[in-house]
Design a protein around this ligand. Structure first.
Ligand SMILES: *Cc1c(COP(=O)(O)O)cnc(C)c1O
Length: 389
């Protein structure tokens, strides 16, 4: 697809966005048609015949995604999990095993353990910052896929993509990076050696909390052919309107991420000294264990901040329900700030498993509002706790 010849913000706006030949429309038209008339039997006009197989609006998004991740091929799916499912079907077989982070997104773990587990794909969740342990697991012949999420959700741990790529490749395995939290603007896993990048485009890429979607990006032609075949044969494609909205969101990713990062940094620094807060997990803080690594492999620390409350579960629940600007809701990556209590919301599906999250943890998706208002909102919600000592 498109070569990445320009800067990121330029590609975000122009890649895959050809001016419409009929009317000269600057924004490519949204194509809803499910079927395409050939120029006589067997003579497709632009390679399109049927909407599941291909759609120009989806192609436009896929071209844009490939350019921004620095990959040769991109596939747009109906959700992040549909994208992950297509990858697992394409690259693993019964009897093989996925080695993954023990703080991966709960839904990814549910898909891997409860859907693919039943079809004979095993999994081993572990601490991916422990490279010796990862190398030992990956040296087993059944370990064919290494699944990495960095920064991780919701504990914000940072893992070394280049080191994990080396371990995977030394063992003839593939490295997948779920790049949802960083977005391609802050982190480029393919350039660091990853074979496959997956996104929930529902989050930063869409960016406005109004469209669910997923994406797979790779530069490997063979992997692309088999993931493309899954997309076509299973059919979990994104619809035209969803693809259009995702493209529109992606065009402003660079400016949005800059603001997400600066707001999150300010909030993290503010909360570090707050007596009601036991711990702030944000890779932009110098004492975060992954700070140096994040500085090296990312170009910003992102918009996600997790905090642990000194007052335990009760305090976490009270703050979660006590903010006004931070909206208590699942999901992340939109322009509006969201508050999540992972233990009972996003990560409820992993309670009681090795992936369970602390009960005093709140995850903030810091939006792009005025940061002073966001800090006021958090201070007000935290004030009630402090008074009770
Ligand atoms: C939301 C999310 C997913 C799943 O994506 P959906 O679009 O909800 O299917 C996967 N990975 C991460 C890190 C996520 O945050």
């Amino acid at each position: 697809m498109t070569e990445n010849r320009h800067g990121f913000a330029t590609d975000a706006i122009h890649a895959g966005q050809e001016i419409d030949e009929v009317f000269g429309a600057v924004v490519p038209p949204l194509h809803f048609s499910t079927t395409y008339a050939p120029d006589g039997i067997g003579n497709l006009r632009r390679g399109y015949d049927y909407g599941r197989a291909g759609n120009p609006t989806r192609t436009s998004l896929q071209t844009q995604l490939a350019a921004l991740e620095g990959g040769r091929h991109a596939f747009s799916f109906g959700s992040g999990l549909a994208a992950e499912d297509a990858i697992i079907r394409a690259v693993t077989r019964p009897g093989q095993r996925i080695v993954m982070g023990n703080d991966a997104y709960g839904g990814s773990y549910r898909l891997i353990s409860r859907i693919h587990g039943d079809w004979g794909i095993a999994n081993t969740p572990l601490d991916l910052t422990d490279l010796d342990r990862v190398a030992a697991e990956m040296s087993e012949p059944d370990a064919t896929l290494l699944w990495v999420e960095t920064p991780s959700n919701p504990l914000m741990s940072i893992t070394d993509i280049a080191a994990l790529a080396k371990i995977a490749h030394e063992n003839n395995a593939l490295l997948l990076v779920d790049n949802t939290f960083a977005s391609p603007y802050l982190q480029q896993p393919l350039a660091l050696g990853a074979d496959i990048v997956v996104h929930s485009t529902t989050k930063y890429i869409g960016g406005h909390s109004d469209v669910v979607g997923g994406a797979v990006i790779t530069s490997d032609d063979e992997l692309a052919a088999s993931i493309g075949f899954q997309q076509f044969a299973v059919g979990a494609v994104s619809g035209p309107l969803d693809a259009y909205l995702t493209t529109r969101g992606l065009k402003t990713l660079a400016v949005r991420m800059d603001r997400h990062c600066s707001n999150a940094q300010a909030i993290a620094e503010h909360l570090v000294d707050h007596p009601a807060v036991e711990r702030v997990l944000y890779p932009g803080l110098p004492d975060h264990p992954g700070h140096e690594l994040a500085k090296a492999q990312m170009s910003g620390f992102g918009g996600m901040v997790s905090i642990q409350l000194a007052g335990g579960e009760a305090a976490a629940r009270k703050v979660a329900e006590g903010t006004r600007l931070f909206i208590l809701a699942e999901s992340l990556g939109g322009i509006e700030s969201l508050m999540n209590y992972p233990h009972e919301m996003t990560h409820a599906s992993v309670r009681g498993t090795e992936l369970a999250v602390p009960e005093n943890l709140l995850r903030l998706s810091v939006g792009i509002e005025d940061v002073a208002d966001l800090i006021d909102d958090l201070d007000t919600a935290l004030a009630g706790l402090e008074r009770r000592g």
